[in-house]
Design a binder for this molecule. Structure first.
Ligand SMILES: Cc1cc2nc3c(=O)[nH]c(=O)nc-3n(C[C@H](O)[C@H](O)[C@H](O)COP(=O)(O)O)c2cc1C
Length: 499
């Protein structure tokens, strides 16, 4: 995330193509009781700046991008409680294939995996995958919404919880009557098949999302269990979180069961002076052109068209394919209050030092004050922070060795995972499987989806007499609507997310 820092002699970012880089990072994170490591991901790359990818390649920034799926398995192999969130796109990965990826990873990690659901905004990815352009914004979400039904069916209703028998005497491994094909016929997807993998510890991975538009927020309020935020100020984050929680509540969910993780890029020292020195040292290496290349990639605006040191005003430059929350973060930032203060160089440096997120510079105590303020109910009321690094591994060791002990001392960070060796959802929400007030609980075996309006209006006996959609040796129960119980949640400790 921090362009140019690899040029520091002690920075190890150049070894990002080795297993050791990831396994060391995983072990360090678990030492600090970090709840999860988050892998952002996309296809192709940023080629808006100057109309090519040259600036990014030269800067070694956001390029040479390894596939996070196998990395996640390797990280899990050297840890016991740390979870891993991997991004995948509903626009480009077939849902049947994606369901298998996550079921596999959930088995191999003992249930320590999350899926960051993205719809993909960049034209370069569309082109690389054989499309002329991205699907328009709101339709991408409509498609993603149907996509979720397909994967819920595969994860939740294709195999019964007791389908694995392993009866030595009778010679039955899986009971065929407890495994059924899902039959999905929709606007975007047709699937007739069983999940290829038997139920994994969490069945459905923990669901993360990061959309911030109106449709993106509605999607998150329905599907996400946790949300990454791209917010630059406390008040902006507070508003975004309160809004999304209110929408989730309208949809019948406990608003507190939706967890929020705003991004933050702290510079931590043993003293304030040391932190300031670290910031000044990082500034020396920050690459503004690569930072602008990243900004161009997020927004679709070619920043190479503006002189580096003249004030810019981006009003009127917004592109259809932009990540809207980047503009919101820009507008909400201190500099954004007075548009004349941004020059491309300044924006490029800000991007190169971790982006438009808050960047507190200070001692562990000072940075802990910021974390405490953000996570308090009067602050942003978030559930943890998504920490981005500037220097590898220096930023991470500062978090684990300096910040975490201070947060623990204040009682706002857990001393150990709630469920050591447990699943991600147990440590995040106190429950192994999807909560009953989550939309996907409509798909939990033997249910096969929300009850349609005309079915719901029938008398219970009529519903019970109806054949189910299930085919092939299915002993599925008829679809019934069930009341949604409100579940009491155990308090979740403030947790750090690492990006
Ligand atoms: C913190 C954060 C992380 C994101 N990570 C990814 C990512 O890894 N891959 C991706 O394709 N999009 C990513 N996005 C983009 C979002 O998934 C989404 O496409 C974008 O915010 C536009 O949706 P919206 O219009 O609803 O805001 C991220 C966005 C935010 C704010």
């Amino acid at each position: 995330m921090a362009a140019g820092q690899w040029r520091k002699p002690e920075d190890i970012s150049r070894t990002k193509d080795t297993l050791k880089y990831y396994t060391d990072l995983a072990k360090l994170a678990e030492k600090g009781k970090v709840s999860a490591i988050f892998f952002a991901d996309w296809y192709a790359g940023f080629e808006i700046y100057g109309g090519s990818m040259d600036a990014m390649l030269q800067a070694g920034h956001q390029v040479a991008h390894l596939d996070p799926l196998p990395i996640a398995a390797a990280m899990a192999a050297v840890t016991e409680s740390l979870s891993i969130a991997v991004t995948m796109s509903t626009s480009y990965v077939n849902p049947y294939v994606l369901a298998r990826h996550y079921s596999t990873l959930d088995h191999l990690t003992g249930g320590r995996v999350a899926w960051n659901i993205v719809t993909s905004w960049a034209k370069s990815a569309a082109n690389a995958l054989g499309y002329e352009d991205v699907v328009p914004h709101d339709e991408r979400y409509a498609l993603a919404d149907e996509y979720m039904d397909v994967v819920y069916k595969l994860w939740e209703s294709s195999w019964a919880p007791d389908s694995a028998v392993w009866d030595m005497e009778k010679g039955i491994a899986y009971d065929p009557s407890k495994v059924k094909k899902i039959e999905h016929k929709g606007k975007y997807f047709n699937v007739s098949g069983r999940n290829q993998v038997h139920p994994s510890p969490q069945r459905t991975p923990v669901l993360f999302q990061a959309g911030a538009s109106k449709t993106g927020t509605a999607f998150a309020a329905k599907h996400a269990e946790a949300v990454f935020l791209n917010t630059s100020t406390l008040s902006q984050a507070k508003q975004v979180i309160a809004n999304a929680r209110a929408i989730a509540k309208e949809g019948g969910r406990d608003p507190k069961s939706l967890k929020f993780f705003p991004c933050i890029v702290p510079f931590i020292g043993k003293t304030e002076e040391e932190a300031k020195e670290k910031y000044a040292y990082a500034l020396k290496y920050a690459d503004p052109v690569a930072g602008l290349g990243q900004f161009s990639g997020y927004t679709g605006i070619d920043m190479a068209q503006f002189p580096l040191d003249e004030p810019i005003n981006l009003t009127g430059h917004a592109q259809a394919g932009a990540i809207q929350s980047v503009f919101n973060a820009l507008a909400a930032s201190e500099e954004g209050q007075d548009g004349s203060k941004w020059t491309p160089r300044r924006l490029g440096i800000k991007m190169a030092l971790g982006g438009l997120h808050p960047t507190p510079v200070g001692s562990a105590e000072q940075v802990a004050d910021v974390f405490e303020e953000w996570s308090s109910e009067l602050g942003a009321d978030c559930d943890g922070l998504n920490v981005s690094s500037v220097t590898n591994p220096g930023s991470w060791t500062d978090v684990v060795e300096l910040l975490v002990p201070e947060l623990q001392k204040r009682g706002i960070y857990w001393n150990d995972y709630d469920v050591p060796g447990g699943t991600f959802r147990e440590n995040l929400l106190g429950t192994k499987h999807l909560r009953d007030d989550h939309y996907a609980s409509n798909f939990k075996w033997p249910k096969e989806g929300p009850v349609q309006k005309e079915e719901a209006s029938k008398q219970p006996e009529e519903v019970a007499a109806m054949p189910t959609q299930a085919t092939e040796g299915s002993h599925a129960e008829p679809v019934k609507s069930e009341p949604v119980p409100a579940m009491a949640l155990p308090p979740v400790q403030a947790a750090i997310k690492v990006q």
